[in-house]
Design a protein around this ligand. Structure first.
Ligand SMILES: [Ca+2]
Length: 327
């Protein structure tokens, strides 16, 4: 009887362990296939082995990928979380502390210093929190067993190329569970397109070299169409029952209808703090993140450059808000 039970337990264990072993085998053969593709991209065996030799799917990465919380914060809650008083004070200090290099980078790329520092603060709390995941391992996990495996496979190959180019050692390529890397939280594809070696040491180092981080951030925004003659926009108040061209505010916002600023002024739109809107006349559109009864913002093209970085209106408004506190 005891033997029989032991037999049952052993069988049960085999059944339980079976799929795990099969999965590990599959992962190894998947890696072998990936190695071939990496070779074609010019990735050497030594870099491939250093990056992925001991890789296994990371359970936590899969959990995080499958449990991304629904967006439940209200706009005010989100804003208070991202733009704390402490963060604003720290941003102001950083602006002074790094003024010289920020001034040079700001001139070269045409992006105001306060925005460069704001992205740095919002992304990684000024380089304090880069994420603790090994990026090649996290990307391999998502490429092997994720909901968006084709996307992550490309990003993994990009990451391997970055390692092959020697910008960072494989063991130091740390980032978020989804592969956003360094102090600017660039995905590998963004790194390849926008990361800058500002200090000229041959490495585009967005992990440890602040001038590289600042220049990379500014260059990204420049390529996303940044205009340093403009700010991002501002909160506005609308007249009661506001319409323009027969469309109400919510429709104008949803359809992203752009009008020159002075047309909005003529229609009665004012700064939310009661001050006049500027005399300049750039194209502007309404953003109403919490619906018709929530706050209204009139934003310029730079707002769309921020959305290019992160597609969330909440995010872009938080960037704008924090940058205003640094004026
Ligand atoms: Ca460098």
């Amino acid at each position: 009887m005891v033997r029989y039970f032991l037999f049952l337990i052993a069988t049960a264990m085999l059944i339980a362990v079976g799929p795990v072993i099969a999965q590990a085998d599959n992962f190894q053969s998947w890696l072998t296939d990936l190695r071939g593709e990496a070779h074609q991209r010019g990735v050497s065996d030594s870099i491939f082995d250093a990056a992925l030799g001991d890789a296994k799917p990371i359970k936590r990465v899969i959990e995080l990928d499958r449990s991304q919380p629904e967006f439940t914060l209200t706009f005010d809650e989100y804003l208070n979380k991202i733009v704390s008083k402490t963060r604003a004070q720290k941003a102001a200090q950083k602006l002074v502390e790094h003024d010289e290099i920020l001034t040079e980078i700001s001139k070269k790329y045409g992006v105001q210093k306060r925005f460069i520092v704001t992205f740095w603060g919002v992304e990684t709390n000024f380089g304090q929190y880069l994420g603790s995941f090994n990026v090649p391992h996290a990307l391999a996990t998502l490429a092997y067993d994720g909901r968006r495996s084709a996307y992550f496979r490309k990003e993994l190959l990009n990451a391997l190329q970055i390692l092959e180019e020697g910008h960072i050692a494989p063991s130091q390529m740390k980032g978020s569970w989804a592969g956003a890397m360094g102090q600017s939280q660039f995905m590998p594809s963004s790194f390849l397109s926008y990361a800058v070696d500002w200090d000229g040491d041959g490495k585009r180092d967005i992990w440890r070299t602040k001038p590289d981080v600042f220049a990379s951030t500014a260059y990204y925004l420049k390529k996303a169409g940044w205009n340093d003659q403009l700010t991002w926009g501002r909160r506005v108040s609308l007249p009661d029952n506001f319409t323009m061209d027969g469309k109400d505010a919510m429709t104008l916002a949803d359809k992203k209808i752009r009008k020159n600023l002075q047309l909005w002024v003529a229609a009665g739109v004012r700064s939310a703090d009661g001050s006049s809107l500027p005399n300049a006349n750039p194209a502007a559109r309404l953003v109403m993140p919490s619906g018709a009864k929530g706050p209204a913002f009139l934003v310029y093209s730079n707002f769309d450059s921020i959305l290019d970085w992160n597609r969330s209106n909440y995010y872009a408004l938080a960037i704008g808000h924090l940058s205003d506190m640094l004026k």
